[in-house]
Design a binder for this molecule. Structure first.
Ligand SMILES: *[C@@H]1O[C@H](CO)[C@@H](O)[C@H](O)[C@H]1NC(C)=O
Ligand SMILES: *[C@@H]1O[C@H](CO)[C@@H](O)[C@H](O)[C@H]1NC(C)=O
Length: 176
């Protein structure tokens, strides 16, 4: 039996100086697009207003690495910056690994959860984290900049939403 304990290790990764516009390498991400089958261990993170489940993804856009909500059926990664929404057809999908368990926990105000999962860094050298909230008829994965202290979600042409209470994705280390 495997028992999960909260990973409280700050880790060497967090201590390492972040480099601008770089993918985070702490967890496993798989390159994807519509012509590639979604890995069986890809992580579902919510659902969109159209009834599709969305996978936890990330994209490189305008010198930033950003979280994305990926719809497997369409091969589209929906994502947003702090101001606009956008779509891309090439993305990375987060996949599970045997020694950690991913979990959504409640958080607030950009609080630095020590075991939060980063997608990478922005062009201004800030780590970007994954959040989600109920918005616009879905449970939408959004973008968490600690400097903005909110979970920012923008879905298509709908207004930009900012949540000071949201869920964020963290990793628990599996201890056997
Ligand atoms: C889709 O991803 C695969 C695997 O990374 C890659 O070989 C292929 O060129 C990609 N296709 C497109 C259209 O980007
Ligand atoms: C999990 O295993 C991978 C591959 O062996 C390793 O790189 C990583 O550091 C491990 N993570 C934790 C939290 O133990």
């Amino acid at each position: 039996m495997c028992k999960a304990t909260i990973l409280l290790i700050v880790g060497i990764f967090a201590a390492v100086q972040a480099v601008p516009y770089t993918y985070d390498a702490e967890y496993t991400w798989v390159t994807g697009n519509l012509s590639v089958a979604v890995p069986a261990n890809a992580v579902i993170g919510g659902f969109d207003p159209y009834g599709y489940y969305t996978y936890v993804g990330r994209v490189a856009y305008s010198s930033n690495i950003l979280p994305a909500r990926v719809v497997a059926e369409t091969g589209i990664a929906h994502f947003n910056t702090a101001t606009i929404s956008h779509k891309l057809v090439n993305y990375h999908l987060l996949v599970t690994q045997s020694n950690v368990t991913f979990e959504w926990i409640r958080s607030f105000d950009g609080y630095q959860e020590k075991n939060a999962i980063s997608v990478g860094t922005t062009g201004w050298n800030e780590r970007v984290f994954i959040c989600r909230a109920k918005a616009d008829g879905g449970l939408l994965i959004g973008t968490l900049f600690r400097s903005k202290q909110t979970c920012i979600i923008k879905s298509d042409d709908l207004p930009l939403r900012q949540f000071d209470k949201y869920e964020t994705l963290v990793a628990r280390k599996n201890v056997c």
